[in-house]
Structure formats: structure tokens, C-alpha cells
Design a protein around this ligand. Sequence first.
Ligand code: SAM
Length: 270
Amino acid sequence: MNGKQTQVQIIKDKIKKLEFFPKKFLGQHFLINPQTIQRIISEVKSLESSLIMEIGPGLGALTDELILLEPPLYVVERDSTLCRYWKGRDVRVLEGDVLKLNWEFQLLPNSVLVGNLPYQVASRLMVKCCPGSDKLKAMVLMFQKEVAKRILAKPRSKDYGILSVLSQCFWVVNAVAEVSVSDFYPRPQVAGQVLVFHKKKVYLHNADAFLSFVKLCFSQRRKLLLSRLKKEIENRDIVDIFNQVDISPSARAEGLSPQQFISLFNRVIG
Ligand code: SAM
């Protein structure tokens, strides 16, 4: 048996023992490639965190390794059968939907978030973590390959948009590993990509309003950004603000760097 076959057998044995059926609506595709698992674990190790918060431990492809590391491990899991499985082991279990639960209050300074989650949940969680808790210093998350491309995209490329600006404003993002559909059991429809995020120091006048501002800027991509903002923000001299932050009046949202979005936002809001 090769590494993947062994891993599938381990998962099948756990499924049988727990009388468990993988649930499609919870995106339960379990990692079976030992190299991918080790790549994620070594990334987490190198972060030297004070606490690890794993989202969606599933049947433990990552969790069984994370438990062996020094920092305390918390898991957030929506599936109640899996929560029962993890309770009583060497982890703290938070049961519920990561997008609704207040898991941040458990973090310590220099915590790390780890997760192989359903792809839609991972994207929404990433948006929630922009900026997210001050205590979070890094994240290692799996995304659908196409979404990962958008997160990593540079200005003026076709994939550059809201996800790229948001993530790159608050995090330094790097690609860690590509994950093919055959690296999961059962197989999903699309391949994944693991990304690592390192927190940046950013000053925003009102972080909560930043997402709406970026959305507004991209709401009509082909229009000049200046005319888009002039129409929506009536109480500020937008031409003057563009001058102050050295942005061309003919700029479009897709041509602005993440840093330019921050400068523009702080002037508009401030
Ligand atoms: N981490 C395991 C692995 O790599 O094999 C499991 C990955 S599986 C793709 C996703 C896991 O996230 C499942 O255990 C699922 O029940 C859990 N999950 C799905 N949606 C969730 C949510 N909104 N909040 C917390 N956990 C969720």
C-alpha cells in the first residue's frame, strides 16, 4: 500500500467505527496525501505560535499531527458526531459554525489559524479575518485553486479584485502547496491550493468600513474610479483626495495597489 492508500484505509476504518457518513453539505473531503499533510504541518510548526486554532478537524488528517505539537490546540467543528469524537481527546472542542461562533475570544497573542474547510467557508472566513483579531499572527488555509489565484493576484491582472485587495492589505500571502482532487477522499470536483498568511501592521481609520469601500470601488470595474467615488461620496472633494494620495484621475480600481486602497480610504474616511 502506498501513503495515500494507507491514509484512505485509516479514514475508512474511522468512518466504520463511528458509523459515520461523509456529508456533502459540510464539504467532508478528507485529506489523504501524506506529503500535503506534512507540508501543512511543517508550515504550522515554523510559525512558532502560542495557540493553534484548527477549523474543521474532520477525521483528523491534520489534527492527529497538530495534537503532537507544543501549543495548545482548539478545534472548531460543525458536525456534532465529529465533535463527540474529538471531545475527551487532547484538544478543546468548540462546536458550531466557524462563521457564527465567537472562537476569537479563545485566542492568545501570536495564535495561528489552520483549516482545510469547504471552499466557500474558507473564502468567507478569510474575509472575516481581514483584519480579524489582533491576536492572530498567521493562517494556513486551503482554498479552491481559482479562489487562491484571485487572492494572490497582482494589480492589472484579470484575477485582481476584492479578495486580492482585502487579503493583501492585511496579510502577506504565499502559496504553499497545490492539492489535486486525488489527494482527498471522497474526491471533490475541484483542486485546491494551500496558502499561508502572515499578518501585516496596517493602520485604518475604520477597519469595519473598509470592506464596503473596496466593494464600492470594484462595483463597476470598467468605470473610472474617480467618477464612481464622486457619485457615491458627496461630502468629500474626491479630486483633491486623489491628488493628495498621488492617484491618477484616470485610474480604475483594478490598477490600484493594496497600499493605494488603504491611503485612499484613510483620506476619504478621515
Ligand atoms: N481537516 C480535515 C481533513 O483535512 O481531512 C477535514 C476537512 S473537510 C474538507 C472539512 C471539515 O470542516 C469537516 O470536518 C466539516 O464537518 C467541517 N466544517 C464544514 N463547515 C464548517 C463550518 N461552517 N464550521 C466549522 N466546521 C465546518
